[in-house]
Design a protein around this ligand. Structure first.
Ligand SMILES: Nc1ncnc2c1ncn2[C@@H]1O[C@H](COP(=O)(O)OP(=O)(O)OP(=O)(O)O)[C@@H](O)[C@H]1O
Length: 821
C-alpha cells in the first residue's frame, strides 16, 4: 500500500500528462458503441446516410417517372374528352373508374415513398391540369398524334415559369412542367434571403429545396435537418452555388445519372466551399458544418437534373403503353354503348310467326322489339330443332324460350283430343325456387290472353301433398320445376309421371348449372322418365366445354348451338365495370361495409347485392351489417319459403336496398336496377366456386343494357381465382382507407353476434373450403385458415371446435391435423 501511494505521488503528474496526451492523439475516450472510434463512427453514419439518400433518390426517380406517365395520360385523356373526368375527385367517394392522374400519382407516391420520405409528397403534387386546354387552346388532339414531351414541358415552363424565374422563388418542385409550385414539407419556413430572393425552407427529413422551374436551373439541393435535434435549419444558398460553379443558370452541370449516391464526386469539393451559410430575413445566420461530428449527416446533395432523367426513361414506350391503355378503355366504353344499342334488335314481335294473342300480351307488357337472343333463337326453335343457346345475363333469355314453349303448347292443344290425364306439354327446369317463380310469372304474363292455358311451379319448401292437390285440381300445360322436387314426385310415384307422358318440350334454364355435378344425378333420372320424342332447349349465359359435352345427355346429336356473344367477346356485359380488391381477411368485413357506404353516398337509388359462400355465412354477414344500421335483407336456403318469396319481392320493388344472399340468387333472378354486386369477402363471404358463378353473380347488375358495377374481394391466398377470369376486364382497386371508428364499431358488433351464428358460419366455412379444394392449390393448411377465420369472427377455442367439426364432416388428409381414431 505504502509503495503504491509513493508511486502514485511521484508518477501522478506524468501519468496525468500521458493520459491527456493519449486522449488527444487517440481520438478521445471510447464512448461509441461497439468500441469504435469517432472516425469509424462518423464513417459508419455517413455510409448509412448515403444509403438512405440512395433510397430516397430511387423513390423520387420512380415518382418522377410516374409523373411523366401521368402527364402523358392526362394529355391523352384530355385530348379525347376534356370533361370526362373531374379534375379533383371527391376523396370521400369511392370511384371505381380509372384513376385520375392525381390519384395515380398519389397512389404511386404512397407505394414508393416509404421510410421517412413521406414529406416528398403533398396535396399540391400531381399531374398538370388537362394540358390540352391550355396548350392546345381548344384544339383537340387525336389519340394517335405523337406527344412531344419536350415541347409540352417547354410550353408549361413558359406558361407558368417565366415569372417565377424572374423572382427566383425557391419552391420545392419536382416534375415535368409542374404547374403548381411544390412544397415538400409539412413544416415550411418562409423567409427572405438577404439578396432579396424568396425562399421556402424545410426542416423535416427529406426536405428538398429546389428551384421552381427545374428546366431553367437544373439544381436541387437536399437538406436533411431532422437529425440535428436542435431546431436549427440547414439551407444551401443556391445563389452562391451557381456563382461558385462560375456559371450562369444557362451553364449546366454534368452530373451523372444516379451514379453511386446520385452525387457527382467532382462536385463534392465545391460543395464544401459552399458550406451551409445562409441568412434568413437578413438578420439570422444559420450555419451548418459537415465537419462537425454532430452534423455528420447534413447532406447537400445535388439532385439529378430532370432532363437527364428524361433521357433515362424510355418515354416512347411509356407513351405507347399509356396510349394502348386509353384505347382499351375507350373501346370498352364504345362496346358498352353498342351493347345498349344492340340489346334490342330491329325486329318487332308482331313481325314474328307467333300467336297474335301472345303478341298482344307482349305489347301490353311493354315488349315491342325483340332482343338479339330472342330474334336469333326463335326461328330455330319454332322449326323444332334442339338448341343450346348462350347469351349474356339479362338479355331476355326467358322470353326467348317461353315464346317457342307457348307455340308448342298451342300446337299440341289444337291437335289433342280430350285426354283423361291432361298432359304437361312443356317442362322448364331451373336450379332455384325464386327463379322458378320468376319464370312462371313471366309465362303468366305471356299467357294472359290464352284462355285455358296454365302454368304451375313445383319447388322445394312447400308441402308435398299441397303440390299433388294443385296438380290434380289445376292441371297445367307448362310446368316450371326445380330438379330436386320434381324427382321427389317422380320417385314417389305421384301423378306427375303420367302427366309428363305427353311432354313435347324440355327447357333447361341455367343449363350448365343443371348439368354440373350438383344436379347431374337428378337430371339423369329425370331425363330417363321423359319421352324421347321431344324438343330440348338449353339456355345459359355460360357454357363451359364440359357442359357442351354433357349436353348430349339431353340434346339430340343434331342440335344447333347458338352463341349470341360472338367468338371474341367476353361473357360479361360491357356496361358493367368490374373490379377486384385484395385484402387480408380481417379487413374483409370492414371493406364490404366501406364499399357499401361509399356506393350509397354516390348512388341515391342504390341496390346492392352481397354474395356469400354459404347460407350460414350469409346469415353472419347479414347480422353484422344490420347491426351497423344498414338497410339489409337476407336471402338464403335456410330461410322458410314464404320468407324467401317475400324478401325477393321486396328487393325487386325496392328503390334503396341491400341484399345479402347466397348463391340461390346468383342465377337468372331479375332484380331490376341493381347498381352494385359485391363478391366476396372470402373469409366471411367466399370466393365464387367457379368462373361461371362469378359471371352469373355479376349478371345481377347491368341488365337490359343498364350500367352496373361489380367488385370481387379476395384474400391474398385466393388470388389463384384471378387466373380463371383473366380474360374478363377486371381492374384492380387499391385497398381503401378504412375509417378506424367504423372498424372499431364492426369489431364491437361482431363480439355481440350470437356465438351459435358464428359457429354455424365456421362449420359451413370448413365444408365450403374443403369442397372447393382451395387448400391444395395454395399449400396453406386448412387448419391455419380455419384458425384465422375463427379469430376474424371472434370465435373462441377454434382448434377444439375445428377438430370436432372436422371429425363430424369426415375431412381427411388435411395437412396439419391429426384425426382421432
Ligand atoms: N324484348 C324485350 N324488350 C324489353 N325488355 C325485355 C325484352 N325481353 C326481355 N326483357 C326484359 O329483360 C329483363 C331480363 O330478362 P331475363 O330475365 O329473361 O334475362 P336472362 O337473359 O334470362 O338473364 P339471366 O342470364 O340472368 O337469367 C327482364 O326484365 C325482361 O322483362
Amino acid at each position: 500500500m505504502q509503495f503504491a501511494s509513493i508511486f502514485l505521488q511521484t508518477h501522478s503528474k506524468s501519468l496525468h500528462h500521458r493520459l491527456t496526451f493519449l486522449r488527444r492523439m487517440g481520438g478521445g475516450p471510447r464512448t461509441f458503441p461497439g468500441g469504435i472510434n469517432k472516425w469509424q463512427w462518423k464513417r459508419l453514419h455517413e455510409k448509412k446516410a448515403r444509403e438512405k439518400e440512395m433510397r430516397l433518390l430511387d423513390q423520387e426517380k420512380q415518382l418522377y417517372q410516374a409523373r411523366v406517365r401521368s402527364q402523358i395520360r392526362a394529355s391523352v385523356a384530355a385530348a379525347e374528352n376534356p370533361s370526362s373526368r373531374p379534375e379533383k375527385p371527391d376523396q370521400n367517394q369511392l370511384n371505381y373508374g380509372p384513376m385520375t392522374p392525381d390519384e395515380h400519382i398519389k397512389a404511386l407516391a404512397d407505394r414508393f415513398m416509404k421510410e421517412g420520405a413521406e414529406d416528398l409528397w403533398n396535396e399540391n403534387d400531381g399531374p398538370l391540369k388537362a394540358p390540352v386546354n391550355k396548350m392546345g387552346k381548344g384544339k383537340s388532339r387525336s389519340l394517335d398524334e405523337p406527344i412531344d414531351l419536350k415541347k409540352l414541358i417547354a410550353e408549361r415552363s413558359s406558361s407558368n415559369g417565366g415569372e417565377n424565374v424572374q423572382k427566383r422563388e425557391f419552391l420545392g418542385n419536382v416534375g415535368v412542367g409542374v404547374a403548381k409550385p411544390r412544397r415538400f414539407s409539412t413544416y415550411e419556413h418562409f423567409g427572405k434571403m438577404n439578396n432579396g430572393l424568396d425562399l421556402v425552407g424545410n426542416c423535416r427529413v427529406g426536405g428538398l429545396i429546389g428551384v421552381s422551374n427545374v428546366f431553367n436551373s437544373n439544381r436541387f439541393y437536399y437538406v436533411d435537418a431532422a437529425r440535428t435535434k436542435s431546431k436549427r435549419l440547414n439551407f444551401v444558398k443556391i445563389g452562391e452555388k451557381s456563382a461558385a460553379k462560375g456559371g450562369s443558370d444557362a451553364k449546366r452541370l454534368k452530373w451523372p445519372r444516379f451514379r453511386g449516391r446520385g452525387v457527382n464526386s467532382d462536385d463534392d469539393d465545391s460543395d464544401d466551399n459552399d458550406e451551409d451559410d445562409m441568412e434568413m430575413g437578413g438578420d439570422r445566420k444559420i450555419t451548418g458544418s459537415s465537419a462537425a461530428l454532430g452534423n455528420y449527416d447534413v447532406k447537400r446533395t445535388k439532385r439529378v437534373p430532370l432532363e437527364l432523367l428524361e433521357d433515362e426513361i424510355d418515354l416512347s414506350q411509356e407513351v405507347e403503353t399509356i396510349r394502348e391503355e386509353m384505347r382499351q378503355w375507350k373501346s370498352m366504353q364504345e362496346e358498352a354503348k353498342d351493347e345498349e344499342e344492340s340489346l334490342l334488335s330491329a325486329k318487332r314481335f308482331d313481325e314474328c310467326d307467333i300467336s297474335p294473342l301472345t303478341v298482344k300480351a307482349l305489347t301490353e307488357a311493354g315488349y315491342v322489339r325483340m332482343t338479339t337472343v330472342q330474334e336469333t333463337t326463335l326461328s330455330a326453335c319454332l322449326e323444332g330443332n334442339d338448341a343450346l343457346v348462350k347469351a349474356r345475363a339479362g338479355t331476355g333469355k326467358s322470353i326467348a324460350f317461353l315464346l317457342p314453349a307457348i307455340e308448342t303448347v298451342l300446337k299440341a292443344t289444337s291437335k289433342s283430343t280430350n285426354q283423361r290425364v291432361p298432359p304437361i306439354y312443356v317442362l322448364i327446369l331451373c336450379p332455384a325456387r325464386e327463379l322458378a317463380s320468376q319464370i312462371a310469372a313471366e309465362a303468366n304474363v305471356l299467357l294472359k290472353h290464352h284462355d285455358g292455358l296454365g302454368v304451375l311451379t313445383l319447388v322445394g319448401g312447400t308441402r308435398f301433398k299441397d303440390d299433388q292437390r294443385r296438380l290434380e285440381s289445376d292441371p297445367c300445360h307448362i310446368l316450371v320445376a326445380t330438379p330436386g322436387r320434381l324427382l321427389d314426385h317422380i320417385e314417389n310415384k305421384s301423378a306427375i309421371s303420367v302427366h309428363l307422358m305427353g311432354l313435347e318440350m324440355l327447357v333447361l334454364d341455367e343449363a350448365d348449372r343443371l348439368l354440373d355435378l350438383g344436379f347431374r344425378k337428378d337430371m339423369e333420372k329425370i331425363v330417363d322418365c321423359l319421352p324421347r320424342k321431344r324438343q330440348s332447349l338449353l339456355f345459359s349465359a355460360t357454357v363451359p366445354k364440359e357442359v357442351r359435352r354433357i349436353s348430349q345427355l339431353v340434346l339430340k346429336r343434331e342440335h344447333v348451338y347458338i352463341n349470341t356473344l360472338g367468338l371474341e367477346s367476353v361473357e360479361t356485359n360491357a356496361n358493367v365495370k368490374q373490379f377486384y380488391l385484395i385484402a387480408h381477411h380481417d379487413q374483409h368485413i370492414p371493406i364490404v361495409h366501406h364499399l357499401i357506404k361509399s356506393h350509397i353516398s354516390q348512388v341515391p337509388e342504390y341496390k346492392i347485392i352481397v354474395f356469400c359462400g354459404t347460407a350460414m355465412m350469409t346469415s353472419l354477414v347479414f347480422s353484422l351489417l344490420r347491426e351497423m344500421k344498414l338497410n339489409v335483407k337476407e336471402l338464403h336456403s335456410r330461410k322458410p319459403p314464404l320468407y324467401r318469396a317475400r324478401v325477393s319481392e321486396e328487393f325487386k320493388d325496392a328503390k334503396q336496398a341491400i341484399l345479402v344472399t347466397s348463391d340461390v340468387s346468383a342465377r337468372g333472378l331479375n332484380y331490376p336496377d341493381v347498381t352494385l354486386v359485391i363478391q366476396n369477402a372470402s373469409r366471411l363471404v367466399g370466393i365464387p366456386p367457379d368462373r361461371g358463378q362469378y359471371i352469373h353473380r355479376l349478371g345481377r347488375t347491368g341488365r337490359q343494357g343498364k350500367d352496373g358495377e361489380g367488385c370481387l374481394l379476395l384474400a391474398p391466398w385466393e388470388q389463384f381465382f384471378l387466373d380463371d377470369i383473366k380474360d374478363l376486364p377486371l381492374k384492380k382497386l387499391p385497398s381503401p382507407e378504412l375509417d378506424p371508428d367504423a372498424m372499431l364499431k364492426i369489431q364491437e358488433k361482431m363480439d355481440q353476434i350470437d356465438t351459435s351464428i358464428k359457429e354455424a358460419a365456421y362449420h359451413a366455412w370448413l365444408g365450403y373450403y374443403n369442397s372447393i379444394n382451395a387448400i391444395g392449390r395454395d399449400k396453406t393448411t386448412l387448419v391455419e385458415l380455419a384458425n384465422q377465420f375463427a379469430a376474424s369472427i371472434g370465435l373462441e377455442n377454434p382448434p377444439a371446435l375445428f377438430r370436432k367439426t372436422a371429425v363430424k364432416m369426415g375431412l381427411k388428409g388435411i395437412p396439419g391435423i391429426q384425426m382421432r381414431k
